[in-house]
Design a protein around this ligand. Structure first.
Ligand code: URA
Length: 241
């Protein structure tokens, strides 16, 4: 729910102050009824008309972004740190990240202005596989790998079955590179899973989100998703496979 004058202003047709004047003057209709109350809240599917002209909604946009390290998965930060939307200066739509990657995690982050789409993808029933590559301290033993796969007991409950594979080990430095595919998106999940099995994460990157890959993108770059990719993501959500 948003204030009517804000929604009008954000549609780009006028300033917030002028939008307020239009409301007071009785020139704004919500679902066919004149609304003169300034604080009126409206929903995304309310039909708004200004001087008889329907308000056009922002067109939905969808991006695949390669989040660099040292960037907050957000649209603003009170400590003045870099945020994901800083990389989208030329995009006029008011986009935001779908879910989050930690400040020090790099990799694939989806960005959109479509709240409904974002909610669908973030719903716990939407179990899209997310592939992470982690550099961890120590070399996970057979037991640790088995626990990662079968489910790690975190304070809020056991994680769902996952795929885990050691990609390489550095015996001298006592580190390993592990590929982990999880279908949930709990807060700091990958780091907490590795912490629990005794191999804390040193570096973390999300390489895949369902069928999406970073491919030729470099950190800080993005590309628009094709309508077909958006459709596939929606249907993944609908069918859970
Ligand atoms: N799991 C984590 O621990 N951190 C991330 O950024 C993403 C998944």
């Amino acid at each position: 729910m948003e204030r009517l004058q804000k929604v009008i202003a954000q549609a780009g047709i006028t300033s917030r102050r002028k939008a307020e004047q239009l409301i007071v003057d009785g020139k704004v209709k919500v679902n066919g009824n004149v609304v003169r109350e300034l604080g009126t809240k409206v929903k995304g599917n309310d039909r708004i008309e200004v001087e008889g002209i329907p308000l056009l909604k922002e067109k939905p946009v969808y991006f695949l972004f390669y989040k660099p390290r040292g960037v907050i998965s957000s649209v603003k930060d009170d400590k003045g740190r870099k945020v994901a939307t800083d990389f989208f200066q030329h995009i006029e739509e008011r986009i935001f990240p779908i879910g989050r990657l930690d400040y020090d995690t790099t990799g694939l982050l989806l960005m959109t202005n479509d709240g409904e789409f974002a909610n669908t993808l973030m719903h716990p029933s939407y179990q899209v596989p997310k592939t992470y590559v982690a550099k961890v301290k120590g070399i996970p033993d057979r037991q640790a790998m088995q626990t990662l796969r079968a489910g790690v007991r975190l304070e809020e409950g056991k994680t769902l079955p996952a795929q885990a594979k050691i990609m390489s080990i550095d015996k001298k430095k006592q580190t390993a590179i592990v590929r982990l595919v999880i279908v949930e998106g709990r807060n700091r999940q990958v780091k907490r899973m590795f912490e629990t099995v005794g191999n804390p994460v040193v570096k973390l990157k999300r390489e895949e989100y369902g069928f999406l890959r970073l491919e030729e993108l470099r950190p800080g770059e993005y590309r628009e998703l094709s309508p077909h990719e958006v459709k596939r993501l929606r249907s993944l959500a609908a069918h859970g496979d």
